[in-house]
Design a protein around this ligand. Sequence first.
Ligand SMILES: *Cc1c(COP(=O)(O)O)cnc(C)c1O
Ligand SMILES: [Zn+2]
Length: 408
Amino acid sequence: MGTVTGLTCVVCGGAAPPSALWCPACGPEGTLDVAYDLDAARAALERDLATLPPGLWRYRALLPVLDDGPRAPLVVGPTPLVRAPADRAPGGLTRLVIKDEGRNPTASFKDRATSVAVARALERGAPGLLCASTGNAASSLAGFCAAAGLRSVILVPAAAPRPKLAQLMVYGATLLPVRGTYDQAFDLSLAAAPHLGLDLRSTGVNPYLGEGKKTAALELAEQLGWDLPEWVAVSVGDGCIIGGLHKGFVDLWRMGKLPRVPRLLGVQAEGSAALHDAWARGLDRPEPASGKTLADSISVSIPRDARKALRAVRDSGGRFVTVSDDEILEAQRLTARSTGVFTEPAGAAAVAGLVKLARAGDLDPEAPCVALCTGSGLKDAEAAFKAGGAPPDPVEPTLEAVLARLGV
Ligand SMILES: *Cc1c(COP(=O)(O)O)cnc(C)c1O
Ligand SMILES: [Zn+2]
């Protein structure tokens, strides 16, 4: 915390008080950046990299938490980097590196942001946290609150995949399935927070969440020896992950740890492409999308972190691309069968986006690139059966039947 200097608005650049959710002058569109004294942070980071164990807190010099403050006892990162054999790589991307974020404590990328939100709640002595989520932020918050002894109150669309709901129940969250969309649940979380006295972990509006998300960028850079490929791909719903990644790369670049910021490829589902469309049309304010996609984690009609997501893509010289649900399922299958990484549809979307660019001739298939696979495939069994096929009919429990089925 020693290196945080304040919050600044992404729209007007003005300062905001440390507890603000958005800029007092610009309103909800004016989401906030956390600024650091990067000279002080650099010295502290170098020291910590030489002494602290692996995991997200080794980047505490660039996080809005106390150096040795209270934390949930769950270990986040480092998540593994996985490469496919060149002759079987998805879409012929021979130098594709997958960062398997499904290997976090509650099986998604969201654990990075939750770590920071929960650490801050513990520092303040808050009784618990509230969040609206498509599912993963909720299960992440529920798990971390369980571990930290805090209360979690969760609003999710009632149609969220059952495994995500199962996590919430087993972690003991106070669950309110909303008969409505994620966007409705989100607005409810904003309205309810002041009545409950809980910290808000809904994405986009809490400026400290993106700081947790940026640890994936810091960790990736360290894992690759501070030598990043030209393209880093990630799927985009509200835009908080891609905004956080960009912040992490920019912090490192400003500190002189990286020669340049990689280009960010934001991948959206065709039916949920509000940010892609705003980018393509040169707009700063996205128009609502239908939000229809089987990749539930990126099914968002009103993206809440639009400014930072658009800035991430524009400033990094990156781009957006859309993929169909069939392309997502194909990428889910190809990724699993070539690397063993079983990722949920939203995670596979990042691979699908790179494959799509390569097939269109917009990306050299032999160029190094990274796809962040943001959640575990076990998060959504029904989608996995769509990608992999339904299990075949049972065989009789005899050797003859087994051999006959195998054509021997
Ligand atoms: C939340 C989530 C995303 C999208 O992140 P945004 O910050 O909403 O853009 C992608 N994949 C998974 C698995 C997620 O849980
Ligand atoms: Zn402002």
